[in-house]
Design a protein around this ligand. Structure first.
Ligand code: UT7
Length: 336
């Protein structure tokens, strides 16, 4: 068995900055509420006509990650793409990346695990590498939320939270089993599938022909719904559990964590975890203030920034953890 290790990281966020004050011109909200409840000051929203999509942003992040990895695109054996906001309902964006980067006809897998998407994607890639099936895998998390949000007061409890962007990582085979990704831990609880959900264009509840026939301007099934407080309460419990699960699996104590990168769901969630585990400010990385919640892109964007800022060094124990729609949650323990 091998380990996998991350040898290249990249991110891309659209130029267009949308502040909380900008949002207050679209809906009944305000900077104080958003900052107090979420920690978010601004987010990036793709400007119409810019050409940015979930796939193209993923490609931009991937190009940087591949260059930093120092490998050629033709060395990539497999692509895993995590998103909840694909350009098309099908096919998923993995194949768009294969085409746009001109990578040979390797497999491209799309992961649909929302906020936990990147953690799930890393786990898949890690296990393909561990078994020896592939050597180099490109893993992407990318989201274009802004085109699908209800930007009226009706949607304010969801739309102020989400932002657009992409992050990518290149994983390669590591022969030293004490380095790289040590373990990944994945969970789900489908009982709560509809507590954070986008009903359409799924076909289980509404048939496309009925939606078209009804042509109802009040149809909210195309906008995300979130039972915010319920999600919050579950998130703090599951984040804690799955971080501990990863540490215990590797015989590590909480004080071994050099850098915790939580999915950027809400600054209050990250602060709760930090306090619970008695971690210092320099042991937890947050950038939700600048980007909002970018779902599957949040961990790779944060990981890239933490690495770019020199906050992750060789030998560090890095912990990634996520929770979100599904419910799904997971963690990744890395010896950098
Ligand atoms: O990434 C996936 C995982 N996601 C999460 O983990 C998110 C978890 N949940 C949350 O982060 C929080 O629940 C929210 C940030 C979504 C909401 O914060 P909250 O403290 O739970 O607020 P609330 O939903 O209980 O709403 C409190 C009040 C309500 O007014 P009333 O009923 O008290 O009069 C809302 O109508 O705030 C109102 N409100 C707003 N006010 C101004 C809701 N959204 C807004 C808004 N601006 N954007």
């Amino acid at each position: 068995m091998y380990n996998s290790k991350i040898i290249g990281l990249g991110k891309y966020v659209p130029d267009n900055v949308v502040t909380n004050n900008d949002l207050s011109k679209m809906m009944d909200t305000n900077d104080a509420w958003i900052q107090e409840r979420t920690g978010i000051k601004e987010r990036r929203w793709v400007k119409e006509g810019s050409g940015d999509t979930t796939a193209t942003m993923g490609v931009k992040a991937a190009k940087i990650a591949i260059e930093r990895a120092g490998i050629d695109k033709d060395d990539i054996d497999f692509i895993v793409f995590a998103t909840l906001s694909p350009d098309m309902y099908f096919p998923g964006p993995g194949v768009q990346v294969q085409h746009a980067l001109g990578i040979k006809t390797v497999g491209a897998l799309d992961v649909r695990n929302q906020c936990s998407g990147f953690v799930y994607a890393l786990s898949v890639a890690d296990n393909f590498i561990k078994t020896g099936m592939y050597k180099n895998i490109l893993v992407i998390g990318s989201e274009l939320h802004s085109h699908g949000l209800d930007k009226t007061t009706r949607g304010r409890s969801v739309s102020v939270i989400f932002g657009d962007g992409a992050g990518a990582a290149v994983l390669t085979r590591e022969e030293n089993n004490s380095k790289g990704i040590l373990s990944t831990h994945l969970h789900s609880e489908g009982e709560h599938a509809e507590e954070l959900v986008l009903i359409a264009p799924g076909l289980g509840k509404r048939w496309v022909n009925d939606i078209l026939k009804d042509n109802d301007p009040n149809d909210e099934s195309y906008f995300p719904y979130m039972n915010g407080q319920f999600v919050f309460k579950n998130a703090v419990v599951r984040f804690s559990e799955v971080i501990m699960e990863g540490l215990i699996k590797n015989n590590l104590q909480v004080d071994a964590i050099d850098m915790l990168i939580p999915h950027q769901a809400n600054l209050r969630i990250a602060q709760f975890i930090q306090k619970k585990f008695k971690l210092n400010d320099d042991q937890v990385f947050n950038n939700i203030q600048k980007y909002g919640n970018t779902t599957a892109a949040s961990i790779p964007i944060a990981l890239t920034e933490a690495w770019e800022e020199g906050k992750i060094k060789e030998g560090d124990t890095v912990v990634l953890a996520a929770f979100g729609s599904g419910f799904t949650w997971g963690s990744v323990i890395i010896k950098w």
